[in-house]
Design a protein around this ligand. Structure first.
Ligand SMILES: [Fe+2]
Ligand SMILES: [Fe+2]
Length: 152
């Protein structure tokens, strides 16, 4: 029978709290991406790009630590519960790797925009990489919250 460390409840509460902060940040990030997609005004686009940069940076500062918390507390514990959860934990770690890559791609695109490279192309790269990041992260958070329902 699986045993749960004494810190499990506080670890899972912290992770659930981090999810709430990430979901709020992600919603603001997605809203700025939508505004950029629907506007053809240069100044409106620069304002949206600025919001995308702000919320994207917040995500970049929150995500690495959040993934590390999950990989060192919640996932090792739940993976001892059943072979299915062990497989699930493996898949979650794999998704973390993928999202870390998405985040790097987005940060690189943001860096090119801020360096003043070809603005139209740089805005497009920020938009595309931001959308991919938002899509993958949103699906990831929803999967964790639904599959780890009893643990979070
Ligand atoms: Fe995760
Ligand atoms: Fe998570």
């Amino acid at each position: 029978m699986a045993t749960f460390p004494i810190s499990f409840r506080s670890d899972s509460d912290r992770i659930h709290g981090e999810h709430k902060a990430l979901v709020a940040e992600l919603a603001a990030f997605q809203s700025a991406l939508e505004d950029l997609a629907f506007s053809d005004q240069v100044f409106a686009n620069l304002y949206s790009a600025d919001r995308i940069a702000h919320h994207g940076r917040r995500l970049a500062s929150l995500l690495p630590e959040h993934f590390q918390h999950e990989e060192t507390t919640l996932l090792p514990t739940v993976s001892h519960v059943s072979p299915e959860l062990e497989e699930f934990a493996r898949e979650i770690c794999h998704e973390h790797q993928q999202i870390r890559q998405r985040l790097s791609e987005f940060c690189r695109a943001l860096g090119r925009l801020e360096a003043g490279d070809d603005v139209a192309e740089a805005v497009n790269a920020v938009k595309q990489s931001g959308r991919t990041l938002a899509h993958d992260l949103s699906a990831h958070l929803a999967l964790e919250e639904s599959q780890l329902d009893g643990f979070l």
